[in-house]
Design a binder for this molecule. Structure first.
Ligand code: NAD
Length: 356
């Protein structure tokens, strides 16, 4: 029997509701595919502040490091907004990412046929879009030294080492091998030396993946191409600041925040979470969309545990519920046949994922 351990961090707001549904689905597919998951709950964000006074207690870091993966809901809310920065929920999440040394952020964007009208772009432009943005998360201009704000002058430093580029490029090529085998590396090599090093290093890594087609694209063009013809992309590989901007742009292609999963992975650890926040405005009402979190759990199975079949089961089940017209309230105006609660949506996906 294959066994995995998962740290469950439910967090605040809708966090507990959506994580419960992801666990329901994971339990269903693990029975079907013959593996076992042991869960360990840990506190983060407001939930941790209320109990311990600290947004990330030591015990949470220990549990997260000991487990094979972390599945996380969301944190934050008005209750904790007035605390000093180092005591706020968000500080807990940043510290967790750092402690786990997750250097690659993966954001898949799938446009479901049934929801093409949920986007602000024309259906014919986005229909069939299925891409992943792979963003370097702990280097580049956000962390480079020297940096300073000096009265009339301020500066930051964009720096990458070949090692940093190599490890993120390898993640992108590995993912491309499991998908449509195309990588688009995005940089600004016509202007920046750091981008030239990025490009040279990506070319070197590409030599180890002869089956993957590699293209290079300048970031300004990539921003334009994402809204002009997003279907041309499979895996977009890029640095920290370009990835920050492009992944938010890409997430809007689908038009629905409740559907999009993400993963942050490192050499050892992986943190899987929906891209949305804790949605305090709808917490506790049973109307949150659990699909982004359930899809994050599928990413965990695929990328952390190599349980491809179980992950495929979940992804197919999500497509099926949407095709059959089941919608949570956020998507009720897009061809809904039946509006369901958070828990009903989780049960349907669990049921469909365990059929066949
Ligand atoms: P949000 O993503 O929580 O909500 C934005 C809007 O989308 C809200 O109207 C919300 O109801 C809706 N929404 C979000 N997720 C949904 C879902 N699954 N189903 C249905 N509707 C959904 O962003 P916000 O309102 O800017 O932030 C709320 C809190 O979340 C803040 O405290 C913020 O700091 C925190 N936050 C946390 C994370 C995280 O934990 N990773 C990320 C972003 C924001």
């Amino acid at each position: 029997m294959r066994r995995y351990s998962v740290a469950l961090i439910k967090g605040d707001g809708i966090g507990p509701e959506i994580i419960d549904e992801a666990v329901k689905v994971l339990d269903a597919v693990s029975v079907k595919e013959g593996f076992e998951i042991a869960y360990k709950e840990a506190l983060l964000g407001g939930a941790a502040i209320d109990v311990t006074g600290d947004p990330i207690p030591e015990e949470t870091i220990r549990i997260a490091k000991e487990c094979d993966a972390v599945l996380f809901g969301a944190i934050g809310g008005p209750k904790w907004d007035d605390l000093p920065r180092d005591k706020r929920p968000e500080t807990g999440l940043l510290k967790l990412r750092k402690a786990l040394e997750v250097f690659a952020n993966l954001r898949p964007v799938t446009v479901y046929d049934e929801l093409v009208n949920a986007s602000t772009l024309k259906p014919e432009v986005i229909q069939g879009t299925d891409l992943v943005v792979v963003r370097e998360l702990i280097g580049g201009i956000y962390f480079g030294q020297p940096r300073a704000y000096e009265g009339e002058k301020a500066y930051n430093t964009m720096v990458y080492t070949k090692d940093e580029v190599r490890r993120i490029a390898k993640v992108a090529f590995d993912i491309a091998m499991k998908r449509k085998k195309k990588v688009t590396s995005v940089d600004k090599a016509n202007v920046l030396e750091v981008s030239q090093l990025w490009r040279d290093t990506v070319n070197e890594v590409a030599a180890d993946f002869p089956e993957v087609a590699l293209e290079h694209m300048y970031v300004d063009n990539a921003a334009m191409q994402l809204v002009r013809d997003p279907k041309q992309f499979d895996v977009i590989l890029t640095g920290n600041i370009f990835g920050d901007i492009l992944s938010d742009e890409a997430s809007m292609l689908s038009g629905s925040i409740g559907l999009l999963p993400s993963a942050s992975v490192g050499k050892e650890h992986g943190l899987y979470e929906p891209i949305h926040g804790s949605a305090p405005d709808i917490a506790g009402q049973g109307i949150a969309n659990p699909i982004a979190t359930i899809a994050s759990a599928a990413m965990m199975l695929r990328y952390q545990f190599g349980e491809e079949k179980a992950a495929d089961r979940i992804d197919e089940a999500i497509k099926r519920v949407l095709k059959e017209g089941y919608r949570t309230k956020d998507l009720a105006s897009f061809d809904a046949k039946e509006v369901v609660t958070t828990s009903e949506m989780g049960s349907l996906i669990a049921q469909y994922a365990s059929e066949v």
